[in-house]
Design a protein around this ligand. Structure first.
Ligand SMILES: Nc1ncnc2c1ncn2[C@@H]1O[C@H](COP(=O)(O)OP(=O)(O)OP(=O)(O)O)[C@@H](O)[C@H]1O
Ligand SMILES: C[C@@H](N)C(=O)O
Ligand SMILES: [Mg+2]
Ligand SMILES: [Mg+2]
Length: 351
């Protein structure tokens, strides 16, 4: 059996660049472990923060050191010249979180290349990434979620009385605390929990620096639970996991600093709640037309028994503190088997 060449794409023009490198390292190791050693040859492709592609030794060095390349030095290719070895890839494995990687951009490029790629297609990626579009799709599927308002950068950075009126409306409809988020990001980058008018104004201004689309959500006091999904047309849900932490919310530092959060897998929840979460994870996956992999995040409000869908991540993290691989390991699919299945699902979807 000849080895398949897996084009591992990581880095990217995204606020989650650093997380992507760490996730990609985990996946590269898993693709080279056990039976995967005979199945796959990993070709690393690193996308610098300014969009230039690097392969071979340079990409391998970034992966090994988990240190991004500086954008100060010029690249000897143009933005549209891909490394020659890109033509040798049998299956692409994007491990790019956030804008330009999880939002349908790279999926469009890979689709044009006519080479199978892991994960969601263009629609699933873009609808899953944009929290406003995602919530509309979830609402259409009848999935309960928090109350929210959609905002544009133009409203936030307007010269007139539009901005004060916008803040009045948010205060009236959502109250405090509320969460301000760039619509297209992840790892809590650009997210703020706000408790006052002054914080709201600052948070909207900050979110507008990341994205022209912004979402503001009513804050809930809830347990945070996550469920992993795997599959194409017949997706399966993993066991459910819970995250606890002492910080104000599950922010970037809490997510990626060892010891700042605790994961409980499986979550200690009533059986009917677990089943509801697993069912809704699959409904959320299908509502945005996701494929391959996704992690669906929920709020469980213990006092009322409500389960609210928070979001879907169509390119979930694979860092040491990330839930997706741990949820599958606890469900009986160890990491090398998981990445193998993801490659097989890519081939099934793009025969
Ligand atoms: N409406 C809300 N009420 C209470 N807490 C919230 C709310 N929205 C977000 N949070 C807090 O902020 C965290 C990050 O939110 P969210 O999952 O939407 O962001 P993200 O950047 O897409 O994260 P990731 O992709 O890394 O999971 C949540 O895990 C939770 O701790
Ligand atoms: C990578 C990060 N956005 C996650 O959802 O795990
Ligand atoms: Mg997310
Ligand atoms: Mg989340």
């Amino acid at each position: 059996m000849s080895q398949k060449r897996i084009g591992l794409l990581f880095g990217g023009c995204s606020g989650e660049h650093e997380v992507s490198i760490v996730s990609a390292k985990t996946i590269a190791n898993a693709l080279s472990q056990d039976e995967n050693r005979d199945r796959y040859q990993v070709l690393p492709f690193y996308i610098r923060k300014d969009g230039y592609w690097y392969s071979d030794d340079t990409a391998a060095r970034v992966l090994e050191s988990t240190t991004p390349l500086s954008t100060d030095s010029p690249c000897d290719r143009t933005l549209w010249q891909f490394p020659d070895s890109a033509a040798e890839v049998d299956v692409w494995f994007p491990v790019l979180h956030g804008p330009n990687g999880e939002d349908g951009s790279i999926q469009g490029l890979l689709q044009l290349m006519q080479v199978p790629y892991v994960g969601s297609g263009i629609v699933g990626s873009s609808v899953g990434m944009d929290k406003i579009a995602m919530k509309m799709a979830f609402a259409q599927a009848g999935l309960p979620q928090v109350k929210y308002e959609a905002v544009t950068r133009a409203q936030v950075w307007s010269d007139s009385c539009v901005f004060p009126k916008l803040c009045d409306d948010i205060e009236a409809s959502l109250g405090y605390p509320c969460f301000v988020k760039p619509a297209n990001l992840g790892s809590s980058v650009g997210i703020a929990k706000v408790r006052s008018r002054q914080e709201l104004e600052a948070a909207l201004d900050n979110a507008a620096s990341y994205d022209r689309r912004i979402i503001v959500e009513a804050g809930v006091t809830a347990r945070e639970v996550e469920c992993a999904v795997l599959g194409n047309d017949y997706p399966k849900a993993s066991v459910v996991g819970e995250i606890t932490f002492d910080s104000d919310f599950y922010d970037y530092e809490t997510k990626y600093t060892a010891g700042k959060s605790q994961l409980f897998i499986p979550a200690n929840l009533p059986e009917e709640v677990i089943e509801q979460i697993r069912e809704r994870a699959i409904q959320g996956f299908q509502a945005v037309d996701a494929a391959g992999e996704a992690r669906v995040d929920f709020f469980y409000i213990e006092a009322t028994g409500e389960v609210l869908i928070n979001e879907i991540n169509t390119l979930p993290g694979f860092t040491a503190t990330s839930m997706y691989p741990q949820l599958w390991a606890a469900t009986g699919i160890p990491l090398p088997e998981l990445v193998h299945r993801l490659v097989e699902l890519a081939i099934e979807r793009h025969p």
